[in-house]
Design a protein around this ligand. Sequence first.
Ligand code: 5GP
Ligand code: MN
Length: 340
Amino acid sequence: MTKDDIQNITALLNSPQNIIIVPHKNPDGDAIGSALGLFHYLKNSNRHEVKIIAPNDYPDFLKWMPGEADILKYDLEPNICDTLIKEASIIFTLDFNALNRIGGMELPVSESTAIKVMIDHHQQPDDYADFMYSDVSMSSTCEMVYHFIDMLGDTDVIESDIASCLYAGIMTDTGSFRFPSTTSTTHNVIAKLIEKGANNSEIHNNIHDTNSHDRLRLLGCALQNLKVLPDFRTAYITLSQNELNRFNFKKGDTEGIVNYALSLQGIRFAAIFIENQKEGIVKISLRSKGTFSVNEFSRAHFGGGGHVNAAGGKSDLDMKATIEKFISILPSYINALNDE
Ligand code: 5GP
Ligand code: MN
């Protein structure tokens, strides 16, 4: 983001605007945290009309965040949301790099004449925004929203609600500050957010210590299904629709499970395959350690993308055929997977 961009955005925000904030489909902690952090900032700092429209619902462990109850869900109220999108003068798109990441909102958002501002840290961003703040070296979009507010000269406006939402997203996207994307700057931002009133211990508790018994039993099932392919330093987990049903699956229950596969000693590449009968797909989450790019892997084979070490994708084949495809691809990556 250039100085000119910041000047132009400052000028825009100096008069009241109709603002819509959009996180990606199946929003995670970073998507919801950044949307709410920006929402509170824009509301606190001026007389804007601000609404968050999420493409669909998100896990219960994110629902403690201040302002969460005001988030509209596009799939539940498409007509009301379409009108709001039409009336918007500015649309902020957060934590995604291509408009196909917002599901049913892709058409109304791409047709809107509103000024679009992207804030995002994913690889290979599309060129749809009027103002683009894209930085793949950033830990999280929440960290970027902090820097954005800082560039606008407004860190004084940050109070405990903003601080808590941004803290939550930085924490979830960095795996509690352990992924390589966590820098000293990230920790400096975190320190400022705690000073501004983010209750770090309470936030960790709200997100990590609110499991249902069913969720832990589903984790047990996933670990039973774990398979290891030592030649490829790869481990993967499957969860069928039947297994999800057996443990009363709720959105968010599978979040983080893939990291257990990556936690095996010597493993460089981990995947989880989750059957979604309603959508007729197998949803895939990919994780890696080191230089093996799961973003490239997913783009090449599973129609997805993300970051070097964390990406998602999907398969239109059934579970058995998806796993066969996955295993058949691995030999062409054997050198990359055994690189270091
Ligand atoms: P997760 O595996 O936790 O769902 O997602 C890991 C990362 O990849 C996140 O940054 C997420 O936004 C991104 N991601 C997940 N699914 C997809 C997908 O289908 N397409 C793209 N381009 N990115 C995805
Ligand atoms: Mn993110």
